[in-house]
Design a protein around this ligand. Structure first.
Ligand code: HEM
Length: 429
């Protein structure tokens, strides 16, 4: 795959772009949105030049014509969107709540006429704050240690035990796709038998690019979640869905819209994000075995390694909308304009990270954007990090050096779709 390598390669004419956008910054940034596969050890390398010193600080992605689907996802790509690829600018987009809004993000449910918001992601402070505070008590480090760590260990023990003596596994399909979803479903109290349906619905919502399929999946998942909430209203248990729907905020119970808004967004955010990360993490280690050797020899580096895997594999670019008119880097920004923060470039900005393409678990102050930053920083981050850390520890304890099965395809979509199959092999004694 030949990726564009300079600004002229991505400049396009876009007669329908808004009049306040200068023509010379209009581009097609589609190649950096995770939809184009490649086979590089560092699959994010083709986007590096986008935050070069010679590149305008704001580009404008041409209107895509994706219309309703993209608007529901919060990208607002139907009218095009400003694109930031430099670390400092992405940081501002996430942290400056006076100029940038997340209202309406990830509201796929609008495609079937639903009006409840995605909570907490689709709300701005101060409205966002009370939900964030409420949910944090269930997803903070001490709760993860007390409630989730024993389940993570048990699941990993079982799953690694099943494969250790076989000498091979399809890491993406049979392991990464399964392990975090099992943990997430157990945390929420969802019935195990929904596993295949959940993954099928989620895939159709996030990756099918078909309005019809998205609507079909949305109807199914929301009908299931509403039925499940109704059941837990009557018969609560100790898991997260019950805690949410029987919870209170500011001395009152949650409304039906608030309950479905929280449970729905957790469902959407919690299912395949860790899976995509694990697949890419193992692909990188299999293709660069010196990382395995380093981590096996130095277990004290595992925490740093988890964040370095996250930094070097930013599976999502995220969006915001301008709240008011303002000027930025010489551009006139209008209220309502959409922004895309290119984490796939910002995480490798040399002005912030020394030797940005190097995998360095000893890196200090590794404040990357994979779990975003600011008020919407990923609420599942503690769970995700714990899953990844325990996976590395328990895997290295039982499985020797592994490599990609000879002849296997190592193509990766550097994004949420990631890798469908990743056959790995190791020597069994
Ligand atoms: C490595 C795995 C994960 C990645 C890369 C990831 C990524 C993200 C990103 C990029 C955002 C912010 C989106 C934005 O600002 O527009 C986010 C927010 C969020 N994530 Fe995650 N996520 C991961 C795992 C999880 C898990 C396992 C859960 C559920 C348990 C979860 C729940 C959430 C929630 C609730 C928010 C919204 C926070 C808020 O708006 O205050 N995430 N995540």
């Amino acid at each position: 795959m030949n990726f564009p390598a300079k600004l002229d390669d991505i400049r396009v004419d876009a007669p329908d772009a808004p009049a306040h956008v200068p023509k010379d910054v209009i581009v097609d940034i589609g190649f950096a949105s995770g939809g184009v596969p490649n086979d590089l050890v560092d699959p994010y390398e083709p986007f590096e030049w986008l935050n070069g010193q010679d590149i305008p600080r704001l580009l404008y992605n041409a209107p895509s014509g994706m219309g309703a689907m993209a608007a529901a996802a919060g990208g607002g790509m139907s009218n095009g969107n400003w694109v930031a690829a430099h670390y400092e600018d992405i940081d501002r987009i996430y942290c400056d709540n006076e100029h940038f809004s997340n209202k309406g993000t990830a509201e796929f449910q609008r495609l079937i006429g639903e009006t409840f918001p995605s909570i907490p992601l689709g709300l701005d402070p101060p409205e966002h704050t009370k939900y964030r505070m409420f949910l944090t008590q269930f997803l903070g480090p001490s709760t993860i240690t007390r409630i989730m760590e024993p389940r993570i260990r048990e699941t990993l023990d079982e799953m690694i035990g099943e494969i250790a003596d076989k000498g091979e596994v399809d890491m993406a399909w049979d392991f990464a796709r399964v392990f975090p979803v099992r943990i997430f479903m157990s945390m929420m109290g969802f019935p195990k038998e929904m596993f295949d349906d959940f993954l099928e619905w989620e895939w159709n919502i996030l990756h099918s690019n078909s309005l019809e399929k998205m609507q079909w999946a949305l109807r199914n998942v929301l009908a299931f979640l509403r039925g499940f909430i109704a059941e837990k209203e009557k018969n609560p248990d100790d898991e997260l869905t019950s805690k949410i729907i029987h919870g209170t905020t500011q001395g009152r119970k949650f409304t039906e819209d608030e309950k479905i808004g929280m449970v729905w967004f957790l469902w959407l955010g919690g299912l395949d994000t860790v899976a995509a990360t694990i697949s890419q993490m193992y692909r990188r280690m299999a293709m660069q075995p010196e990382i395995q050797t380093m981590l096996r020899g130095h277990p004290e580096l595992t925490n740093g390694a988890v964040d370095e895997f996250l930094r070097t594999q930013p599976i999502l670019n995220t969006g915001r909308r301008a709240l008011k008119d303002f000027e930025w880097h010489g551009m006139q920004i209008k209220a309502g304009d959409s922004f895309t923060a290119l984490n796939v470039a910002g995480n490798f900005d040399a002005t912030r990270f020394a030797n940005p393409r190097e995998f360095d678990p000893t890196r200090r102050g590794n404040r990357h954007f994979t779990l975003v930053g600011g008020v919407h920083s990923c609420l599942g981050g503690h769970l995700a990090r714990r899953e990844l850390r325990l996976l590395l520890d328990m895997w290295f304890a039982r499985i020797p050096e592994f490599r990609v099965k000879p002849g296997a395809d190592t193509t990766v979509f550097p994004g949420l779709m990631s890798i469908r199959n990743l056959p790995l092999v190791w020597d069994v004694k």
